[in-house]
Design a protein. Structure first.
Length: 278
């Protein structure tokens, strides 16, 4: 009952009184009083502002005109512009990630093959790959002689993530690969890496990454930011796995879900930032 009364009657009058007292509309109060980042942008989102990147400038002008906000209020204009860019950028980032996920690994594609070989060279610099189809791939955690079969679920996105982590955090990647060969607590490095790609993708898809991304970039979130979040997951999952000391790899799904719940909990914080630093 209270929710119905507030939504249909009290909220209108409360907004009217606040505008009378402050001389500012709800958006002005929101954008002027909140710190930059997720709290401010998610507040704009709750006000049902939906706009594409190319329409941001026009939308800002239209909002200021509709709300009778003077052009000299440059702080409002700048903050609204940033918030709308973040909102539209999140949607575009998901589309970019989704498009990459839909690209199947193609062993006939030279670029795909080059990335796969680059992954090997980054992780195993002192060991030559004897053949493209080889049991050596199991040494970095693939399931069989040909890694292409392991990319079916996440497509090229899984490979791009693995290469990104290995290229930008080479020492960490090699250390984690070494730890993954532990005689009791070991796991398949590449397979787990692809599994974590699926986790990052699902969190992006369901909107759970909004607070994190809105806090780390004042503008359009890029693929780079998604890759950085993936790197965080790989690094933190390895720590989590060894801290938990699972009875065996057969319990992977159970601990994977526990880790997933931990990350989802962290992402509920408006001030969350989950990245590694170069």
């Amino acid at each position: 009952v209270w929710g119905f009364l507030y939504s249909n009657y009290l909220r209108f009058w409360l907004k009217w009184v606040l505008r009378l007292l402050t001389g500012k509309c709800e958006l002005q109060r929101l954008l002027g009083g909140a710190e930059a980042g997720a709290r401010r942008t998610l507040g704009v989102l709750r006000n049902a502002v939906h706009v594409e990147e190319a329409e941001v400038e026009k939308c800002v002008r239209d909002v200021m005109k509709e709300k009778k906000i003077e052009q000299k209020d440059t702080g409002f204009k700048r903050n609204l512009h940033i918030s709308l860019l973040q909102i539209s950028g999140y949607k575009q980032l998901f589309l970019n990630v989704e498009n990459l996920r839909k690209v199947p690994y193609d062993s006939e594609n030279e670029e795909h093959e080059e990335q796969l070989i680059e992954l090997w060279n980054l992780l195993m610099p002192h060991e030559n790959l004897k053949a493209r189809i080889s049991k050596q791939w199991c040494d970095i955690g693939f399931q069989g002689d040909d890694p292409k079969t392991d990319f079916r679920g996440m497509g090229l996105l899984g490979l791009v993530n693995l290469v990104y982590f290995s290229k930008h955090y080479t020492n960490e990647a090699r250390q984690i690969l070494s730890r993954s060969n532990h005689p009791r607590l070991g796991y398949s490095y590449a397979i787990v890496g692809i599994n974590l790609t699926e986790m990052a993708y699902s969190l992006l898809k369901n909107g759970a990454l909004k607070a994190h991304l809105y806090n780390i970039v004042s503008g359009l979130p890029q693929m780079e930011h998604f890759h950085q979040f993936y790197c965080y997951l790989v690094y933190e999952f390895d720590k989590f796995w060894f801290e938990e000391e699972p009875e065996s790899i057969m319990h992977f799904n159970q601990y994977r879900e526990k880790f997933h719940e931990k990350i989802k909990g962290l992402l509920l914080d408006y001030n969350v930032v989950l990245t590694l630093q170069d």
